[in-house]
Design a protein around this ligand. Sequence first.
Ligand code: PLP
Length: 396
Amino acid sequence: MSESALFPTYARFPITLVKGKGSRLWDDQGKEYLDFMSGLAVTNLGHVPDAVKKALVSQLDELWHVSNLFSNPNQEKAARLLVDNSCADAVFFCNSGAEANEAAIKIARRYHQKVKGNNRYEIITFNQSFHGRTLATLTATGQEKVKEGFLPLPEGFRHVPLHDIAALEAAVNDNTAAIMLELVQAEGGVITVDAGFLREVRALCDRHGILLILDEVQTGMGRTGKMFAYEHYDVEPDVFTLAKGIGSGFPVGAMLAKAHVKPAFTPGAHATTFGGTPIAMAVVAATIETMLQEKAVERAAEASKYLLAQLQQNLNDLPNVVEVRGKGLLIGILLTDPAAELIAELHNRGLLVVPAGPNVIRLLPNLLVTREDIDTAVSLIAAVLTEQAAAKSVSS
Ligand code: PLP
């Protein structure tokens, strides 16, 4: 075969997937896989969910794209569904998580500069965070590896260690516009934010008139066993972002804000050609409606309890497992050694999982995952980890 015409930006797994349904995927050799990665927390209702497919196909017959210069009933409906099921009062639709975070950064600055009449612009984020790959969102990201070779970076971002309230207080100054964080740092290794810390962050924001932005791109819409991760805490954000789970695999992002922030985006302040097309919005509305009808969030919370219990029971005594952590169906297994070989072996045996940092296996089954599929996944993971531990003890 000739050399690929693509940029080699991805270190791809050596598998070509050609078909999916529910929790199952098939490769071009006909091999079946149990999917515990959901396309990186995207296909939350499983692959090709019937109700969403029906809405998509029916919209494909009607209208694809007319631009955001016309009113868009599908966009209104999707926004209403999001607002009715969250603490937000307004939604801006875009095409990805990074774009949603760009919109959040932009609205935070504009809120201060146009609504509050000050010149605040700085965004504080946390070490190990991940917020996207555009210039602003990679600058917001608290991981050096995504920034290499892209200097100079945009101004106006500061990073502090997670859970260090003193460092956060010290970083706040007259220019601070917003504090932005994920409630489970997913790409950063599946690290959950403590409730006490988030309360202190919210109080700090309130004391200084700073906006609290939550990046719910990975945690949003059921993934953590609540519709939004902030529901695990008695704290609400001023602004939050969504993407992955709201489109069942259709590219879409959303920036949501409370009423006091809404006036910051006036006509012309922000825009996108493709954000919120009739097609994308038919998919988002059908995804949310299906989630509600299927009680996907409650089912995810139940499945999470079972999955965590099974993992504890089967992995607890293994010397190569440090801990099982995470929230809902965003679970990390922290290992003593690099996870890459184990992940390759799990793929080989028909279970698709992904890493989260070098030593963590990340599990992201869809929200409707069954106990049988959990049993299969846990027994494969336990078998591979047990074999690795045994091989290590022989060789040492
Ligand atoms: N924010 C978080 C928390 C993410 O996990 C991701 C992607 O993994 C992003 C932002 C960026 O989203 P996208 O890849 O859709 O731009």
